[in-house]
Design a protein around this ligand. Sequence first.
Ligand code: TRP
Length: 451
Amino acid sequence: MSNRGNFGSKLGIVLATAGSAVGLGNVWRFPYMTGQNGGAAFLMIYIVCIFLLGVPGMLSEFIIGRHGQANAASAYDKLSGGRPWKLVGYLGIVTGTIILGFYAVVAGWCLEYLFASLSARTLGDAQYVSEYFGNFVSNWWRPMVWGVAFLLLTHVVVVRGVRQGIEKASKWLMPILLVLLVVLVVASCMLPGAMEGVSFLLKPDFSKIDSHVMLEALGQAFFSLSLGTACLCTYASYFSKETNLLHSAVQIAFLDTFVAILSGLMIFPAAASVGISPDSGPSLIFITLPNVFQQAFGSQPVVGYVISVMFYALLVFAALTSTISMHEIGTAFFTEELHLPRRKSAWIITATTAVICVLCAWSVGAFSGLQVLGMSLMDCCDGLTANVLLPLGGMLACLFVGWYVPQKVVRDEFTNQETVNRRFFQIFIFAARYICPLGILFVFLHQLGVL
Ligand code: TRP
């Protein structure tokens, strides 16, 4: 166990898991996905996906990880005696590495905005703000440098084992982020014409729902919960025997959804107020937020300045707790499976993800010819992982726990040796066997036009 890095307290690891879940997926990806998929109707399907499919998926990964007490691949291996299930672990490691690659691009954008907000460079009218973003992203080296810098930051934390410090800090910083989000929600909703944005997020128009919207909601739910890459499995391998898996999964799912909704309530009213279209795509928060800081705090520029700097700093921090979790999937794997020193394993992941990150950053900026299947490489990595590989990984985790692992083992993990949650076990098994796999299959087939 000693080279597996260690998390201080029981609370520490559950916080770390929450930190993994809450990140750019909530503040950046959720608003832009919701904006592109019609608003409130998307939000409703998203919530159904989180609780009906996501929570059983999380529990399955928790069970595999805590029982296996090892990296993702060997956790599957141990529980299945070397059958091909190990491939699910590999799949998770590959998916996680791709996600880390493009995630770092956006995390790099946040770093840029942190520094730009320090020198108040992002402030201006709506047009200036959107041009600022465009110029920045299309620069050939700035997004690349920030993205790689973010990966190096993650690398240092993962290698130095200063994670305990990060977890302790997150105990304070996460609540501050929440408070700040609430402040910004209020500020954004008070802007003129903001209510249109609120109703976009809260008043469903069911005619907007089609099979693609369902797939995007499913992908977003899994992305946001960090589900489907064995990331949760890896973290659960550090859980203590007393951790209540059901409580942790439900708590994290609520927290994660709450942060996503707050982010939506911060972005859409402001976007409506300054006339930014909700379906602007990945740039949405970056072209909307500076307007909030500027307009809502127009009469007190100092307050606006302080809030903007704090907000980007906290966003960077939230992204960091997520990138650490993605990095750890591969690092733990190389360290334990190939018996490489932890430092070396971490370098393999950092180098691989840096290459993906640079290519993705270029594909949405300076070198837009970097396309796959008619999409930018970045969109392709994002769509392929979130909409295909994550649901697939989550589904396989459920099938594995529901059908393959002996029920006694699953029950012992779920109930902590018959001490907690005994009443819920049958419901969980039913969800893992049927609801989650069939739900995901339904969405897949629907998208393919089969159903
Ligand atoms: N859930 C994180 C977020 O919302 C991103 C993330 C961290 C993730 N680890 C993951 C996504 C593993 C998929 C798989 O920002």
